[in-house]
Design a protein around this ligand. Structure first.
Ligand SMILES: Cc1cc2nc3c(=O)[nH]c(=O)nc-3n(C[C@H](O)[C@H](O)[C@H](O)COP(=O)(O)O)c2cc1C
Length: 220
């Protein structure tokens, strides 16, 4: 598979088949992803992959806890999101809920759908990416590059992912079940597994603004 094919196929998959993923494959992909660059080669990522019984227990707790989130440790979005970021966020939500046939007024159904994050959208593997609390924005960016490298490699192996900041709202639950590394803050979860090709939520693509909205070429 060419890199461009992996880039184009990768999307946030929000319905997975229950088929398990071999731990050796998960490890191989993570090791390969660690070729991702990082400023000063700090490699500031820490990742924990959870499956089987421990994941079952975490998901059971999440069924109870989803309505009472923990205190978040970082702002997932800046306050008072401005344009065009605000509209992009709004649009992706509308597109997703349209695929699920959940109208804007049906707050309960939207809330219930949001909760399925805590079940990893049915994925058999849940990853948790954390970062040393002493790190700053450059290292957070490094963790992002590690995650994206992993997601592309997963696609090459026929797997799919959904990165999930959702879990930052349940950092205590994750810590209790998984044991976050000492002094680390949970940045993001990620569901990993095989895409349910028939699920309507997987049958749409998020939009992108044209190059002119965010890019410039000078001196060519
Ligand atoms: C760091 C990060 C965290 C995210 N957290 C969530 C999440 O908690 N739940 C979710 O459904 N999607 C989550 N997403 C997926 C984004 O909504 C998605 O990447 C964006 O809408 C673009 O769509 P695409 O990934 O399908 O290209 C997250 C993405 C990133 C990069």
């Amino acid at each position: 598979m060419d890199v461009i094919d992996a880039v184009n196929r990768r999307m946030s998959v929000r319905a997975f088949k229950p088929d398990p993923v071999d731990g050796a494959v998960v490890r191989e992909l993570l090791e390969a992803a660690s070729r991702a660059p990082s400023g000063g080669n700090l490699q500031p990522w820490r990742v924990q992959a959870v499956a089987g019984e421990p994941l079952k227990a975490l998901k059971a707790t999440m069924l109870q806890r989803v309505a009472s989130p923990d205190e978040t440790e970082y702002a997932v979005y800046p306050p008072n999101l401005w344009e065009p970021l605000r509209s992009r966020r709004f649009q992706v939500g509308e597109d997703m809920y349209a695929s699920l046939n959940i109208p804007r007024e049906d707050k309960l159904a939207r809330q219930q759908w949001f909760s399925t994050n805590g079940q990893g959208f049915g994925a058999p593997v849940q990853l948790f990416f954390s970062i040393d609390r002493r790190c700053g924005p450059p290292q957070w960016s490094d963790v992002g590059m590690f995650m994206q490298t992993f997601m592309l490699l997963a696609v090459e192996r026929g797997l799919d992912t959904c990165p999930q900041e959702f879990w930052s709202h349940y950092n205590q639950v994750v810590d209790a079940h998984v044991g976050l590394p000492e002094g680390h803050m949970l940045f993001s979860g990620m569901a990993l597994g095989y895409r349910d090709e028939a699920a309507p939520v997987n049958l749409w693509r998020s939009r992108r603004d044209p190059f002119e909205a965010w890019g410039e070429l000078k001196g060519f």
